[in-house]
Design a protein around this ligand. Structure first.
Ligand SMILES: Cc1cc2nc3c(=O)[nH]c(=O)nc-3n(C[C@H](O)[C@H](O)[C@H](O)COP(=O)(O)OP(=O)(O)OC[C@H]3O[C@@H](n4cnc5c(N)ncnc54)[C@H](O)[C@@H]3O)c2cc1C
Length: 385
């Protein structure tokens, strides 16, 4: 339930979802809201926060209980994402560490590996990441140049990755590498890598436009020997298909994040313009302000219903790549429009980093870029016309 639409209840939301929402809201208000400045200054989230979030049962909501998860449905994961955003957080890497990476393990690892790795991710003991992007290959993942050469019962991995969310602190990384550089996307494989493997090195935590508390980093692999059993799915050549299968889930998570941020921006802006006076009246009383916010609120609700439809399909196991791409593109384009209009209504204060609207403006911009750019979303949608 968002503060912008208190009476709206998505069709997929049950009483259990609502109870979880209340729990998550209270937890994040205590653990996330007060720490944003500290995390931005140190450029990472405290490890204890991961542990406390795990203890609170808010990581890996839809991983089965036998592997340490909460055994819920994807709706639980997405509503926790919403609540995280409503708390004003722009640092905690839950999208990657809970919604995305553990599911590569859940879907493609062996039973023994699932039992060894998933409980650590679900408890917050392990922070996880997914490393696809390289300095020379982002949108076009076929261009990945990190290599994995079979040597006895190991693979030797060499190469580098950039822009990796949670990269500065990750204990476990799913790495996309090529077992055959000449085979295009058919040469791609995914490897589970523990960060204490010799040859695994971290570069710097990158200076970003926003989300300063998130430790987005470079990674380097120098003759890193990974057990052959860590090849996810156990068969070479499957990596590209595994990525394509998981991307709809990631793209819907970004859509949910964007939608929640747009809602929060409108709520903040209504409150601010009610208080702020100009020409002897609240800024909200200018027709322009009301028109701008009417536009924003309508855009948010239109997107809300589409995203809720996608969540419903994901819960049913029926979300396809094209629809997820539409949701990601629609929600992130909408967010940029809405947050820009909202920021304008804060005047000069909207340009000050201490204001949450300013942090949202900066945090929003990357959502049209990561998880596949919105141009790539158009390609995915356009190819299926
Ligand atoms: C903060 C942040 C966090 C990230 N986290 C991760 C992470 O955890 N793991 C990870 O693997 N990656 C991560 N990324 C990387 C992100 O997914 C890539 O930056 C993104 O996919 C784009 O790749 P690129 O930067 O190489 O841009 P490029 O691929 O070089 O694209 C440049 C421009 O060309 C356009 N373009 C490319 N191909 C086409 C086409 N076919 N048609 C039309 N236009 C096209 C793009 O849309 C873009 O506008 C992150 C990035 C950022 C900024």
């Amino acid at each position: 339930m968002s503060a912008l639409f208190p009476d709206y209840r998505p069709a997929w939301e049950t009483d259990d979802h609502r109870l979880l929402r209340e729990h998550a809201r209270a937890f994040f208000a205590k653990e996330m809201t007060p720490n944003q400045e500290k995390w931005a200054a140190q450029k990472h989230v405290d490890r204890e926060t991961w542990l406390r979030t795990g203890e609170a049962g808010l990581i890996c909501l839809d991983v089965p209980e036998e592997y340490g998860g909460q055994g819920g449905d994807p709706g639980m994961e997405y509503l926790v994402t919403e609540e995280l955003v409503y708390s004003g957080d722009t640092a905690f890497g839950m999208g990657v560490g809970s919604t995305i990476t553990p599911h590569y393990v859940a879907n493609y690892a062996t039973e023994e590996q699932k039992r060894a790795w998933l409980p650590k991710m679900c408890s917050g003991e392990w922070i996880s990441a997914i490393a696809m992007t390289e300095p020379g290959a982002g949108s076009d993942l076929k261009g990945v140049r990190t290599t994995a050469r079979r040597d006895g019962d190991h693979y030797v991995i060499n190469g580098s990755k950039t822009f990796i969310s949670n990269g500065g602190s990750a204990d476990f990384v799913v790495v996309a590498a090529k077992t055959d550089l000449d085979a295009g996307h058919k040469g791609m494989a995914l490897f589970a890598v523990e960060a204490d493997t010799p040859g695994f090195e971290r570069g710097r935590v990158l200076e970003k436009m926003g989300r300063h508390g998130a430790d987005t980093a470079e990674l380097f692999f120098n003759d890193m020997r990974v057990p052959a059993a860590n090849l996810l799915g156990g068969e070479e050549g499957q990596g590209f298909y595994q990525l394509m299968n998981q991307l709809p889930r990631e793209r819907l998570a970004i859509a949910v994040d964007a939608l929640a941020m747009a809602e929060a921006a409108v709520v903040e802006t209504i409150a601010y313009t009610k208080e702020r006076q100009a020409f002897g009246q609240p800024v909200l009383d200018f027709q322009n302000t009301r028109f701008e916010l009417a536009h924003c609120k309508t855009q948010v609700m239109a997107t809300r219903t589409f995203v809720d439809y996608c969540i419903q399909r994901e819960i049913a196991g029926e979300l396809d790549a094209v629809t997820a791409s539409m949701a990601k593109m629609q929600a992130t384009d909408m967010l940029d429009d809405v947050v820009d209009r909202c920021l304008q209504l804060f005047g000069g204060y909207g340009y000050m980093m201490e204001y949450p609207i300013t942090q949202k403006f900066a945090a929003a911009r990357v959502m049209r870029i990561y998880g596949g750019t919105n141009e790539i979303m158009k390609e995915v949608i356009g190819r299926a016309l």
